[in-house]
Design a protein around this ligand. Structure first.
Ligand SMILES: Nc1ncnc2c1ncn2[C@@H]1O[C@H](COP(=O)(O)OP(=O)(O)O)[C@@H](O)[C@H]1O
Ligand SMILES: [Mg+2]
Length: 300
């Protein structure tokens, strides 16, 4: 079976400056593929390459088995796109705007837009300039989905959406993939990608760090514990504790990754003067910290 997206050694430089370097990955029909990375990692660059809005410096990129440069029109007609920097026609109402987009797609009326707007509780008659950020984002989503595309390229789609709307969005994605259609979505939030995606690629500084099933990623989840001490404890104070890895030290602050029971760590901490203690589920930064630490200790 042909992959819906296939990138091979895909590289984009903006003059001297790095966009993305040597990306290789495949996205299959019927999956939500999360493209996760911090700001500046190369997410938007990758999506723009897929739509032939910018051209690669080297490498190959195929969507539906078609060359995105030579068969750009065919690719775009089967693709819905939500840009990260959404620009809308401020003076139009959502209905007018969506009718315009639908007409460009060769559709009468709003296509699937009417039903989608209803589902997202998007008011269609007020001018776009009067809409909140969340409502503008809904307009962006509806225009991406209204022609029932085989592939959705969504650049940070949940920006500005409140939790209830995110739930609706999540349900919509599930329906889309059940129909055998495909979603590629970018995000800088680990928990969000874990919630929405089936597989995830992590990109950092233009390069892929890993591509794996969200379940595999979830199995690596940990809690980040940050302790501030009166006096820094000895270097080996937390070595060998079950489920505990030391990630970082900054003076009196020690950052630890914890998997499983907190008890051994709590008892080890209690031997020292703890001025402050903070813990939360690991985010993307913590994840990179752990990845980097692991690389270092493997090399040692
Ligand atoms: N038009 C451009 N000209 C020069 N550099 C750019 C341009 N667009 C993006 N970049 C650079 O490419 C890198 C990746 O950017 P981008 O793809 O926008 O990242 P992300 O979407 O993950 O935040 C960044 O270092 C950014 O500064
Ligand atoms: Mg971006």
């Amino acid at each position: 079976m042909t992959a819906v997206i296939r990138a091979e050694s895909l590289t984009k430089f903006y003059g001297e400056s790095r966009g993305v370097v040597d990306l290789g990955f495949e996205v299959e029909a019927g999956e939500v593929f999360g493209f996760l990375g911090p700001n500046g990692a190369g997410k938007t660059t990758t999506i723009r390459l897929m739509l032939d809005l910018i051209r690669p410096s080297s490498g190959r990129l195929k969507l539906f088995g078609l060359d995105v440069r030579k068969q750009s029109v065919a690719v775009r007609s089967r693709t819905g796109y939500l840009p990260g920097d959404l620009h809308l026609y401020e003076r139009l109402t959502p209905r007018e705007y969506l009718r315009y987009v639908a007409a460009l797609r060769g559709l009468d009326g709003l296509g699937d837009g009417e039903a989608l707007a209803e589902r997202f509780e998007l008011e269609l008659e007020r001018p776009i300039r009067a809409l909140s950020k969340g409502n503008r984002q809904k307009v962006g989503l509806v225009q991406a989905f209204l022609h029932h595309p085989d592939l959705l390229l969504l650049d940070e789609p949940t920006a500005g959406l409140d939790p209830l709307v995110q739930q609706t969005f999540n349900e919509l994605l599930r329906e889309v993939v059940t129909e055998g259609r495909t979603v590629f979505l970018s995000s800088h939030i680990l928990s969000e990608v874990q919630r929405l995606a089936d597989r995830v690629a992590i990109i950092r500084e233009g390069s892929l760090e890993l591509v794996e099933a969200v379940e595999t990623l979830r199995a690596r989840a940990f809690v980040r514990v940050e302790a501030t001490f009166g006096t820094p404890p000895p270097q080996e104070a937390f070595a060998g504790l079950p489920g505990v890895r030391e990630l970082e030290r900054r003076g009196p602050v020690v950052v630890l990754a914890l998997e499983g029971s907190a008890d051994p760590l709590i008892k080890a901490l209690a031997r020292y003067e703890v001025l402050a203690l903070d813990s939360h589920e690991a985010d993307l930064e913590d994840f990179f910290l752990a990845l980097y630490r692991k690389g270092k200790s493997d090399a040692e």
